[in-house]
Design a protein. Structure first.
Length: 185
């Protein structure tokens, strides 16, 4: 069964996207593991820092993603696009460029997101497309999960309380887990 690493594109303690990842862990099929990896300690990308050596939090994240069967990104939508903190983390993971094949080439990847607004992170998810193409990942497009009105589907503790969203998330995670088990052709 697949081992998936999940990354939330939000650092906020009460993040809807981190809550969505925690709910994904709960509904994952038997045998599938989803490890939520934090990007909170990933510094802002700086070529001078890179030249001095990859920071330990970045290397730890790179190792997790490289070892995983799949990467699940829960992306918020800021100003109709990708949040800077998660883009920064991906930029670090792609450094040095010689590591891109080890970390990303043919890596199974899925994007989902939650927002209190009405768009369900659709624009943010679409903004990921050129990045995914550049990294050479194997994206899963058979499912789509964008949660609108997230402030109403999670309780004050971040628990998913909407049964319809839970069912959609369950199908999404099951589909992505099955996709992660397929070998490249």
């Amino acid at each position: 069964m697949p081992n998936i690493v999940g990354i939330s594109g939000s650092l906020r303690r009460a993040s809807f996207n981190t809550s969505l990842l925690r709910a994904a862990v709960e509904v994952a099929p038997a045998g599938t593991t989803i490890e939520i990896a934090s990007i909170a300690e990933v510094p802002l990308y700086n070529g001078d820092v890179e030249a001095a050596g990859i920071p330990a939090p970045v290397q730890a994240l790179k190792d997790k993603v490289a070892a995983a069967d799949g990467l699940l990104i829960a992306t918020p939508e800021y100003n109709n696009s990708i949040p800077g903190v998660v883009k920064n983390a991906i930029d670090w993971l792609s450094r040095p460029p010689s590591d891109v094949p080890k970390i990303f080439r043919d890596k199974k990847i899925a994007i989902m997101g939650a927002t209190p607004g009405q768009g369900g992170t659709l624009l943010s998810q679409a903004a990921w497309l050129p990045i995914l193409r550049t990294l050479g990942v194997d994206p899963w497009f058979a499912g789509r999960l964008g949660v609108s009105g997230a402030d109403k589907v999670f309780d004050a503790n971040g628990a998913l309380i909407d049964d319809g969203v839970r069912e959609r998330l369950k199908k999404f995670v099951e589909g992505f887990a099955a996709f992660c088990q397929k070998r490249p052709t």
